[in-house]
Design a protein around this ligand. Structure first.
Ligand code: NI
Length: 287
């Protein structure tokens, strides 16, 4: 489907667009802030029973856009189906998650190359390096990461980066490719201030999610001197719910807990956190 010629959503399963058409009305009347969930896997099977309610609750909480990171070809159709169901608020990324990089990386990359040439995606993601779970495909992870960054540059798309036990190596790869055009997010950032500063130097944004609310989180300290201008919000739903919901399924309406925590940390209003992070997210994805 052509990105620019997206058709408006059609009624599905008795759920009509009409219910959601008044979104701007809703925003005017009830919601005083607008949040963007820059990273949520709302297409995961765990949402299949009640996705409409999940989206409705998020909208009621002020979340106006949902960016859906890809994992691999197995989960792709669920992701694209959700985007089709909510074409004005859900936006698909395309990419190969480092944990899905295996022996068959060549085939997976070939498929992606074709996919990127067929339509426009919101971003290349999530991509990166994950040395926490498994290092046996380290070489292939690097190969996939480099290749996908090159496509992002070619198509002028942002990248959404996953990094676990690999922050230095991930930063080094991004630095290698950063010749001014590359932009994106280090998703689910959970490192120290030094790493945050290196990311900002690379002209990247820091994705902050539920972990900032955890009691033993080092993030509040790491973010003390980091400007809100460099931060975007995310839930990573269904993973990593904020403190009150730990152990449960995360969902996009909980984004407000992340925003609230940042407001407290920074000594600013919730509305200000919403305004700055929404502007940042649109700056990344809006081109
Ligand atoms: Ni993710």
């Amino acid at each position: 489907m052509n990105f620019k010629n997206r058709t408006k959503c059609k009624p599905l399963d008795g759920f009509t667009c009409k219910k959601y058409a008044p979104l701007p009305e809703l925003l005017k009347k009830k919601i005083i802030m607008e949040l963007i969930d820059t990273h949520c896997h709302l297409y995961a099977a765990v949402f299949s029973e009640d996705i409409d309610m999940v989206i409705q609750r998020a909208i009621a909480a002020g979340v106006s856009r949902f960016y859906l990171p890809a994992i691999d070809s197995e989960t792709e159709s669920a992701l694209l189906d959700l985007e089709k169901r909510y074409p004005d608020i859900c936006f698909a990324m395309q990419g190969l998650h480092p944990c899905s990089v295996k022996n068959d990386v060549q085939n997976a990359l070939q498929y992606l190359e074709q996919s990127f040439s067929t339509r426009r995606f919101a971003a290349v993601g999530e991509i990166g390096l994950d040395f926490y779970w498994d290092r046996s495909f380290e070489k292939e992870q690097y190969q996939a990461f480099h290749q996908q960054i090159e496509w992002a540059i070619h198509y002028d798309l942002p990248i959404v980066i996953h990094s676990r036990d690999s922050i230095e190596q991930t930063i080094a790869v991004v630095r290698e490719h950063q010749k001014g055009k590359l932009r994106g997010i280090f998703h689910c950032f959970n490192e120290g201030e030094a790493e945050a500063k290196k990311i900002i130097e690379l002209n990247f944004y820091i994705g902050i999610g539920g972990t900032v609310t955890y009691k033993n989180s080092k993030l509040p300290e790491a973010l003390k001197d980091i400007s809100m201008e460099n931060i975007v919000l995310e839930t990573d739903s269904p993973y990593l719910p904020p403190q009150p919901f730990r152990g449960k399924r995360n969902e996009s309406s909980y984004l407000v807990y992340v925003a609230e925590k940042l407001a407290i940390l920074k000594g600013i209003s919730l509305e200000e956190v919403a305004a700055v992070t929404t502007k940042n997210a649109l700056e990344i994805f809006g081109r």
